[in-house]
Design a protein around this ligand. Structure first.
Ligand SMILES: *[C@@H]1O[C@H](CO)[C@@H](O)[C@H](O)[C@H]1NC(C)=O
Ligand SMILES: *[C@@H]1O[C@H](CO)[C@@H](O)[C@H](O)[C@H]1NC(C)=O
Ligand SMILES: *[C@@H]1O[C@H](CO)[C@@H](O)[C@H](O)[C@H]1NC(C)=O
Ligand SMILES: *[C@@H]1O[C@H](CO)[C@@H](O)[C@H](O)[C@H]1NC(C)=O
Ligand SMILES: *[C@@H]1O[C@H](CO)[C@@H](O)[C@H](O)[C@H]1NC(C)=O
Ligand SMILES: *[C@@H]1O[C@H](CO)[C@@H](O)[C@H](O)[C@H]1NC(C)=O
Ligand SMILES: *[C@@H]1O[C@H](CO)[C@@H](O)[C@H](O)[C@H]1NC(C)=O
Ligand SMILES: CC(=O)N[C@H]1CO[C@H](CO)[C@@H](O)[C@@H]1O
Length: 415
């Protein structure tokens, strides 16, 4: 009876999880306020337009913008042109044939802007520019989570009454996934002069907010989770078949899961007051070095992390009441680079967790993670009824039973 009850409990938990999943399409429940804010500060009006400092803040906890970096575009509402840019450039100049003498940097109705690469001459740089469009996540490194450039706009309004806000912002970072809202006029940014003795103010400021949705990216997971434990030799992973090749060079060191990244969670030791988990991340992609990778895990016991080896660690607290999520990332200059597939293509950690005696159990897959994200994208977990289970404990419940019971609990939960 007791066992049946805990089985049903587990099923209820799975059903609730599924419900949470299905509601989570538009945003990330582990980073509900995560966004990229693009702020335009008009710093001077010019005879035919204005000069703006454009700053991009990556307010996402663990999703960074990897190489080859961001691409930003927008639509000009009037006949605006870009006379010049500092710290970034447009990818195309467009048709500037009607200009004589001074030719604009870009005449396209929809300019596409990219960051400059590191090492450009000093006079083409501004603060926070020229990082090849690579932007860290806020949780990992707030100082590096900012990117900026300056743009001089012509044939535009020359006052806050006559200028029109750019429209239709699109951010690729570096793939699809972001949706940007409209530009909105906000209180002008106030700057402190370098000597901190005087405040100056932008002439006008507007913000654009972009949010990420994994659903817009692809149905295929970029990563998969495999599980194992000391108490059951079953390893939920399958290895080594058909490697896709291009020009006879392997692309992905291939596996059944077809995922470029595998996160392996091993329940390693069960001590009296603590337990130990080993997490290994393996890169199967021959064409990708992941710089500044991040790993996010959700598990109820992550509120009592005692020690983390070899990785940096930070709790992620999306809501004040929930503290079951942790972010892990590589230590600078040690393992913050996850190398392409091969002998160096893996990083690993062990974490020590303090047991909460009331909830800790090795039964029913409790010791395995609820969610795993790699670089901000959710990884695919194996089906819960296939988790390695304790020898001599409850048998696998038939799928049909769990479906029916799950459905019943769903009905009960909804009533
Ligand atoms: C964007 O993120 C910042 C920092 O977390 C937050 O203050 C702001 O409200 C967010 N903006 C939106 C529109 O969600
Ligand atoms: C913005 O996008 C809409 C819909 O695609 C289009 O009709 C409009 O002309 C665009 N505006 C600008 C300024 O590019
Ligand atoms: C606009 O963005 C800046 C930078 O992220 C932020 O400090 C400011 O609060 C934002 N303003 C509004 C009204 O969202
Ligand atoms: C526009 O400028 C005028 C004075 O130059 C100022 O009073 C007003 O608040 C500004 N409006 C906006 C939206 O910045
Ligand atoms: C990954 O980094 C190594 C060492 O810096 C380099 O040799 C290799 O070419 C890189 N691979 C890719 C796909 O960029
Ligand atoms: C969340 O748990 C971590 C890990 O034990 C702890 O360091 C942190 O203080 C907790 N935060 C809150 C808000 O409870
Ligand atoms: C280990 O777990 C697997 C998968 O759940 C199960 O099929 C197997 O019987 C378990 N092994 C033992 C010894 O209980
Ligand atoms: C056993 C133990 O230390 N439990 C603690 C885990 O963390 C929460 C706060 O996140 C504490 O309230 C518990 O006492």
């Amino acid at each position: 009876m007791n066992q049946t009850f805990s089985k049903l409990n587990f099923i209820l938990w799975v059903v609730l999880l599924l419900m949470i999943f299905s509601q989570a399409e538009a945003y990330d429940p582990l980073d509900p306020f995560g966004n990229i804010t693009i702020k335009w500060d008009v710093i001077s009006w010019t005879p035919d337009g204005y000069v703006a400092l454009v700053t991009m803040f990556n307010f996402q906890m663990y999703r960074h913008i990897i190489s080859p970096g961001w691409t930003l575009s927008w639509g000009w509402p009037k006949k605006e042109v870009i006379w010049s840019m500092v710290g970034a450039q447009t990818t195309e100049q467009g048709d500037c044939s009607k200009f004589k003498g001074n030719v604009p940097h870009c005449c396209k109705r929809v300019p596409t802007v990219v960051d400059l690469l590191p090492g450009v001459p000093y006079n083409q740089q501004i603060a926070n520019c020229c990082k090849g469009g690579v932007v860290a996540s806020w949780g990992q490194d707030p100082a590096e989570a900012v990117s900026a450039f300056q743009v001089s706009v012509g044939l535009a309004g020359t006052s806050n009454k006559t200028m029109k806000l750019p429209k239709n912002f699109t951010l690729l970072g570096p793939g699809p996934g972001y949706t940007c809202g409209p530009a909105e006029i906000v209180p002008s940014t106030v700057y402190l002069t370098p000597d901190h003795r005087r405040k100056t103010q932008a002439l006008m400021t507007w913000n654009v907010t972009c949010t990420y949705s994994q659903q817009l990216v692809s149905r295929h997971s970029t990563c998969c989770v495999s599980l194992s434990s000391f108490y059951n030799e079953t390893i939920l992973k399958k290895v080594g078949i058909n490697t896709p090749r291009k020009d006879n060079v392997p692309l992905l060191q291939c596996t059944h899961h077809m995922c470029p990244i595998r996160v392996h969670w091993h329940v390693k030791v069960n001590y009296k007051d603590y337990w130990r988990v080993k997490i290994a991340v393996t890169n199967f992609n021959y064409r990708m070095n992941y710089t500044q990778w991040t790993l996010v895990a959700q598990h109820p016991n992550l509120n009592n992390v005692t020690q983390v080896f070899s990785f940096d660690y930070k709790p992620v607290v999306p809501y004040e009441s929930i503290n079951d999520t942790a972010m892990f990332y590589g230590m600078k200059f040690y393992n913050d680079l996850l190398m392409e597939a091969g002998p160096l293509g893996n990083v690993q950690t062990e974490i020590l967790l303090k047991k909460d005696k009331k909830t800790f159990t090795l039964k029913h897959g409790w010791a395995f993670p609820r969610k795993i994200y790699f670089n901000g994208d959710e990884c695919k977990l194996p089906p819960p009824d296939s988790y390695p289970f304790l020898p001599n404990s409850a048998q696998k419940y038939p799928v049909a039973f769990s479906r029916i019971a799950g459905f019943m609990f769903l009905l009960i939960a909804l009533v």
